[in-house]
Each structure stands twice: as C-alpha cells, then as structure tokens.
Ligand binder design. Structure first.
Ligand code: SF4
Length: 281
C-alpha cells in the first residue's frame, strides 16, 4: 500500500488492468510531472499485475503505465489515456516491487512487461526500470504502439529483450481513423528494430467489420515477414470488456454493436500471416 498525493490509500497491485482507476495523481503539480518525465525518477502507473501468461514469454509481472496519445476506437483501457489517472510511483518503489518476484519469474521462464497506456510516453522511467530489471536478471519486454520509438536510443534498446509491437491496421487514412495518429512512425520503429535484430512479437487486434480487411491484413503480413526479426504474430480477438470504462468516462464509444470475431475468422486471419511464413497465434 502507498499513500497517493491526493490522500487516498492506493494499492500498487491490481487483480486486473480492467479495474477503473482515475485521478490518482491529479494533485501532482505540472512542474513535478515534467520533471518526472525528464528524469524518469517517478512513473505514472495504473497498476501492476502478476501471473500474466499472455504478455510475453512465460509468466510475467506487468506494469500498466498511464498516458497514451492515441485514441484507438477499440481501446479497452481508456482510463490509461490520461497520465494523471495513474499513481505517481517512485522508481525505487517499482524496482522493489519487481525484486519480490525475481526468483519466481526466473523459475517460470517469465519476466517483466511494461504495457499501458503507452509506456514510451514515459521513456526515461521505462528505460530506468528495464535497466534495474535486467540487473536483477529479469527478462524485459515492452508493449508499445511504436509511435515514440525514436525516443529510445540504441543503448536503451539493449535493456529491452523483446518488443510487443502493436500494428493496428494498414494504410494511412484507415490508421488515422482507427487510432487518431499516423502509421508512419510505428513502421519506422519496426524497421529500426529489424536493423538491430531485436526480437519482436506483432500484436494485431481483430475486429470484425473494422480491421478484418483481407487486403490490409496481407499488407501487414508481408511487411512483418519482410522484417526478419518477427518471432510471432498474435491475433487478439476484440472484446467488449472495456466498454464500461468508456461509459463511466463519458466518452463516445463507436463500437457499441461490434461483435468479437468468431473462431473461424481468427483462424482465417492467422492463416494470412502463416501464408507469409510467420508463426501466428
Ligand atoms: S495505443 Fe493502446 S492504450 Fe493507446 S489508445 Fe490504443 S489501445 Fe489504447
């Protein structure tokens, strides 16, 4: 437990990232936020969860950062868009948290994943935390949309064992419509990771009627296969578990009537990636 800057008693751990957490560091002065972003000595974190088997290899501790500059129509954690919804967590506190799990993570061939939100919005904190994790012998992974990849230096990259890179769709107009941002920087980061032969898992959210355009899926598959460093592609079925957050936050939700993909549609999408020689799950 720790006491938050607005006087509430907060737990660092959450059972699920689907917990709605709001305004946890609203009272932190803007100057302190800017300093934290510059130094990386404090991170803004929605929560930590343990025991994940879907956020990288083995069993993982996952840190869910707050703050994202994208606005994906299917985002299931819109409470992580705003950095001040996260707890202001000193770096040492986060490192201490990881230290508790270091032996177990090694035994379970797992590690630590920083997700979000968008972790690279807090790039200095992310790199410092990864550096500390690796010093403890913990495997490190970042789940990112890649938009801010240029903030990560080549030296920083050495602290990251695996990148879980979200590619949301293909084509500039469609990408901007889906996420609010251009796809260019993500693809640029993907190419840079390939040049460094950094292991990458591509994550793609399949939404029937929104991201199941065959032509675009084939383009993503060809691009991923051409990189040479993509170890696997994960086709993630869209779900409605985050819908209540949009409602609680009063944000218009455009995917009200959208259904999760059938198993057949998921198999079809995975098949398109496999046809390009990729491992798809
Ligand atoms: S990049 Fe991730 S956290 Fe950001 S809006 Fe999209 S789905 Fe949500």
């Amino acid at each position: 437990m720790m006491v938050g800057p607005i006087g509430t008693t907060l737990t660092l751990e959450s059972k699920s990232p689907f917990d709605l957490r709001l305004d946890q560091s609203r009272a932190v002065p803007e100057s302190a936020v800017k300093k934290a972003l510059r130094t990386g000595d404090i991170g803004f974190i929605h929560s930590f969860t343990t025991g994940s088997t879907v956020d990288g290899p083995g069993v993982r501790v996952v840190g869910w950062t707050a703050g994202c500059q994208w606005r994906c129509l299917y985002c299931h954690n819109p409470d992580t868009w705003n950095m001040t919804n996260g707890m202001a967590v000193p770096l040492e506190r986060a490192v201490d948290h990881l230290r508790k799990y270091r032996h177990g993570l090694k035994i379970m061939s797992g590690g630590f994943t920083l997700s979000g939100g968008e972790p690279l919005l807090q790039d200095r904190f992310a790199v410092k935390l990864f550096t500390a994790a690796k010093a403890m012998g913990i495997h490190t992974a970042v789940e990112t949309n890649g938009f801010l990849g240029e903030r990560i230096t080549d030296e920083d990259l050495e602290q990251i064992d695996l990148v879980l890179l979200g590619i949301k769709t293909w084509g500039s107009a469609k990408h901007t419509r889906l996420t609010g941002k251009d796809i260019g920087p993500t693809l640029q980061f993907a190419r840079r990771l390939a040049a460094h032969q950094k292991p990458v898992w591509i994550r793609f959210v399949l939404v029937p009627g929104l991201t199941d355009d065959a032509e675009h899926l084939v383009e993503i598959a060809k691009f991923a296969a051409g990189l040479g460093n993509v170890e696997r592609v994960e086709v993630l079925p869209f779900h409605q578990m985050g819908r209540y957050k949009w409602e609680r936050l009063g944000i218009d939700y455009e995917l009200e009537g959208f259904e999760p993909p059938t198993n057949a549609l998921q198999d079809w999408a995975r098949g398109l990636f496999r046809a390009e020689g990729l491992k798809a799950y």
